[in-house]
Design a protein around this ligand. Structure first.
Ligand SMILES: Nc1ncnc2c1ncn2[C@@H]1O[C@H](COP(=O)(O)OP(=O)(O)OP(=O)(O)O)[C@@H](O)[C@H]1O
Length: 237
């Protein structure tokens, strides 16, 4: 069984074919990237993976379960950091971790997670007083406090400065080293190239290429994943 299986996934909003027949699988322990520009269907796809959206057609299985039917059970096994997620301004870092830990039947110790992600010195700080990088670090820690088998991270580094971005990359690499299956969503091609074992390149609701960043670059005869994307995108019009 693959950790994630998506077959011919479709989701339409009015006249917009947000996801238009997407198929991919993610193996256990893999860091899998969903990359593409704004509006390509990336977020809609991950929302279907975690049961926040119901597909119009197609099959989605995560850890062998259908997220549309088994969202609550899967929420115990999937950690998600979604685009633009936020917390109450006055909630403190340690309180947030403790609170989120209570949602899970078998959480990782919240104190351990706090230490592991370098948040101890911020334990008493309110969310509203954290820097952008610190907020992202907390959001990542919150996605992990349930000791998940699969982690979904959408636009993890958007808005971060280069130092905070690299720091976040290091955290993702730590997750990878621990054997966690990670789905990363981004429109930063360099990030995907640096972190992902394989990527699905999305354009207009479809997967236009899939493979390791190196394979996609070689296949398109380009020098980077970003250049490969433009070559593929142009060819698909
Ligand atoms: N709730 C909604 N109602 C109507 N249209 C939507 C809705 N959600 C997404 N869309 C449309 O579906 C398409 C795909 O959106 P989606 O957010 O999945 O793309 P994305 O690749 O994640 O983009 P971004 O990088 O900007 O987040 C876009 O055209 C978007 O405008």
């Amino acid at each position: 069984m693959e950790t994630i299986e998506v077959r011919d996934l479709r989701k339409t909003y009015g006249d917009t074919h947000a996801v238009d027949g997407v198929t991919f699988t993610v193996h256990s322990g893999e860091t899998f990237g969903i990359v593409g520009h704004n509006g390509a269907g990336k977020t809609t796809t991950v929302e279907c993976l975690i049961g926040l959206k119901r597909p119009d057609a197609g099959t989605v299985r995560v850890l062998g379960e259908d997220p549309a039917q088994r969202r609550r059970a899967l929420a115990q096994r999937i950690g998600a950091q979604l685009q633009d997620s936020s917390l109450p301004e006055r909630l403190k870092v340690a309180e947030a971790l403790r609170l989120f830990g209570r949602f899970y039947r078998e959480p990782a110790g919240w104190r351990e997670v706090m230490a592991r992600w370098g948040l101890e010195s911020l334990a008493g700080k309110a969310f509203g007083d954290l820097s952008g990088g610190q907020r992202q670090r907390l959001m990542l820690a919150l996605a992990l406090v349930g000791d998940p088998e699969v982690v979904v991270l959408d636009e993890l580094t958007t808005g971060l400065d280069p130092v905070a971005r690299r720091e976040t990359w290091r955290l993702v690499n730590d997750l990878k080293a621990a054997g966690t299956t990670v789905v990363l969503v981004s429109h930063y091609f360099d990030e995907m190239e640096a972190l992902c074992d394989r990527v699905a390149v999305f354009a207009r609701g479809r997967v236009v290429a899939m493979g390791s960043p190196g394979e996609i670059i070689a296949r398109t005869g380009t020098a980077s994943l970003e250049e490969a994307y433009f070559a593929l995108e142009g060819a698909g019009r």
